[in-house]
Design a protein around this ligand. Structure first.
Ligand code: AMO
Length: 448
C-alpha cells in the first residue's frame, strides 16, 4: 500500500517532508510560481512550485525560462488527473486554503485526465448523473456520502444495542411483495421472478422464526414510471419489524427513538460542515413526535383552505406539505405521524382497529412535508388475513408461502419501511433524491 498522509491530517504535522495523493482541482500556471489545488476525500491542499530562476550567466536572463522538468510536469497537468506528490509541508498562515502548503519535490501521475472535463459544478442534474463519478468528487457530494454512512451506522448501532438481528432477505421472489402494481418481472429459468418491492414478507417471516426484532437496510424495486423528486425504480429501504407489540404505537415509539439516534449522530459529527455547505443546521427532533389521525389531518388541512382531492384517498403531496406547515406552527416540529388510515387505502396485511374495522393500526411518517415511511401492526391471525386479502380481490393461493408463515404460530408484530434517500434529501435540503443517491435509477436512467 502506498503510504500517504490524508490532506485533513496535514495541519497537525510539523513542517517537513510529506507524501500526499489526490486529484487536480485547479492549476494556476504563473510565470514565476505554479499553484495546484489537490483534493482528496478529506479536503483540499495548495501545492506550490517556484519555477527555477535563471542563474546569472546562464544566458536565460532575456526572459526565456530555465529548464525545469518539474515545472513542465505541472504545466501538463489536466484537471481531474490523479497523482501522488512528494514535497515539503510548510505552515504559512497567509495561505488561504487551511494555512498550509506543500512545495512540490516530485510528481507521480497515476492516471491523466482528458483535457476537457465533461461537466462543471453547475451542469444540469441529468448531465451530472451521466458523469456521476466526477460529480461525486465535489465536496458537497462527499459530505452527503459521509452523512449517509454516519446515519446508517447510528441506526445499526441503535438496533444492535437493543438486540435486533440484521437480516438479508432475497430480492428475487416468486410472488409480489406488496401488490401487482409497480412490479418488475424477470425471466427466471423456466418461470418468472419478481423483484422485491420491499422485504415485507420476509421481515414478517422472521417474527414467526422467533427472531423477536429484526432490521434490514437494502434495495427495493418499484416499476414506478413517475419522474418526481422522490421516486426511484430502485431505492434503499430501511426496514424494521418487532414482535410482541400492543399496537402501531409501539412501532412509532421505536421509530422515533431510532431517528433521534440517527439525527444526533449526524448533528454531532457533521453539523458544522452541513451548516457551512448547505446553509441550514441539523435539527435533532424531540420525542414524542406529534401524532394526528389521518381523518383529523385532512380536516385540519381543509379548515386551512385545502381539500385533499379524494375523500377516500391518502394525503396527496400538497396535503402532506399543508399538514407539515400546521405541525411546524403548532408544535414546532419537523415530523408528524399520520395514523389510523382507512382500510380501503392500506394493504391487506395491516391490522384493523378492533373497535372500528374500517380503520387500520397504521401510520405514515411525514418529515418536512414529505412522506418518508409507512408502518403498521400486521394482521397475524391467518384466517383474518385471508379474509382481508380476499376482500382486496387477491388470489389467496398466490400468497401461499407468505400465509404459511402464520399457520404454525406467530407473535403479534409490526414494523415500518423508510426510504433512506428521502430522509437524506430532506435533512440536507436537497431538491431531489437524485442528489443523495450514489447512482440513481429511474424510468429513463439505467446507466452508469
Ligand atoms: P411503502 O410502499 O409506503 O411501504 O414504502 C415505504 C417507504 O419507502 C419509500 N419508497 C420509495 N422511495 C423512493 N422511490 C420509490 N419509488 C419509493 N417507494 C417507496 C418511501 C416510503 O414511505 N412494506 C411497507 C412498509 C411497512 O409497512 O413496513 C412499504 O413498503 O419513503
Amino acid at each position: 500500500m502506498t503510504s500517504r498522509t490524508r490532506i485533513a491530517d496535514l495541519a497537525d504535522l510539523p513542517d517537513g517532508p510529506v507524501r500526499v495523493a489526490g486529484w487536480v482541482e485547479t492549476v494556476r500556471d504563473q510565470k514565476k510560481v505554479q499553484f495546484v489545488v489537490l483534493r482528496d476525500e478529506t479536503g483540499a491542499l495548495q501545492l506550490v512550485h517556484p519555477r527555477a530562476t535563471p542563474s546569472p550567466g546562464s544566458g536565460a536572463e532575456d526572459g526565456t525560462l530555465e529548464a525545469d522538468p518539474l515545472a513542465d510536469a505541472v504545466s501538463a497537468l489536466t484537471l481531474g488527473t490523479f497523482l501522488a506528490v512528494e514535497g515539503e509541508l510548510k505552515h504559512d498562515e497567509r495561505v488561504k486554503l487551511g494555512g498550509i502548503e506543500v512545495k512540490v519535490g516530485r510528481i507521480d501521475v497515476s492516471a491523466a485526465a482528458l483535457p476537457e472535463l465533461p461537466i462543471a459544478d453547475d451542469s444540469a442534474i441529468d448531465k451530472r448523473l451521466d458523469y456521476r463519478f466526477l460529480d461525486l468528487r465535489r465536496p458537497e457530494q462527499n459530505l452527503i456520502a459521509r452523512v449517509q454512512t454516519t446515519f446508517e451506522h447510528a441506526l445499526r448501532t441503535w438496533w444492535v444495542e437493543r438486540g435486533f438481528l440484521e437480516i438479508h432477505t432475497p430480492k428475487l421472489m416468486s410472488s409480489p411483495s406488496e401488490s401487482r402494481a409497480e412490479l418488475f418481472q424477470v425471466p427466471y429459468f423456466e418461470t418468472t421472478a419478481y423483484l422485491a418491492q420491499s422485504p415485507q414478507h420476509f421481515k414478517q417471516m422472521a417474527q414467526s422464526a422467533g427472531f423477536g426484532a429484526v432490521f434490514e437496510i437494502a434495495d427495493a424495486y418499484r416499476a414506478d414510471p413517475s419522474f418526481t423528486s422522490r421516486h426511484a425504480t430502485e431505492f434503499t429501504s430501511v426496514d424494521a419489524e418487532i414482535s410482541w407489540i400492543d399496537s402501531h404505537e409501539d412501532v412509532m415509539a421505536m421509530h422515533e427513538q431510532l431517528l433521534v439516534a440517527g439525527f444526533s449522530a449526524v448533528a454531532e459529527k457533521h453539523g458544522a460542515e452541513i451548516e457551512a455547505r448547505f446553509g441550514a443546521p441539523v435539527t435533532v427532533p424531540t420525542i414524542p413526535f406529534p401524532r394526528i389521525p389521518l381523518a383529523e389531518a385532512k380536516q385540519i388541512v381543509a379548515d386551512r383552505g385545502y381539500v385533499v382531492p379524494r375523500a377516500d384517498a391518502d394525503m396527496d403531496p400538497e396535503g402532506e406539505r399543508r399538514i407539515a406547515e400546521y405541525v411546524r406552527e403548532q408544535h414546532g416540529h419537523d415530523f408528524v405521524f399520520l395514523t389510523d388510515y382507512d382500510a380501503s387505502i392500506r394493504p391487506y396485511y395491516h391490522m384493523r382497529h378492533p373497535e372500528d374495522p374500517d380503520l387500520t393500526r397504521s401510520y405514515d411518517l411525514i418529515y418536512r412535508g414529505t412522506e418518508i415511511s409507512t408502518g403498521a401492526q400486521r394482521e397475524h391471525r391467518v384466517a383474518v388475513l385471508e379474509d382481508q386479502a380476499r376482500e382486496k380481490g387477491l388470489d389467496v393461493a398466490e400468497l401461499g408461502d407468505y400465509l404459511d408463515f402464520f399457520r404454525y404460530g406467530t407473535p403479534p408484530h409490526g414494523g415500518f419501511g423508510m426510504g433512506l434517500a428521502r430522509v437524506l434529501m430532506l435533512l440536507l435540503g436537497q431538491p431531489s433524491i437524485r442528489e443523495v443517491t450514489f447512482l440513481f435509477r429511474g424510468p429513463n436512467r439505467l446507466a452508469p
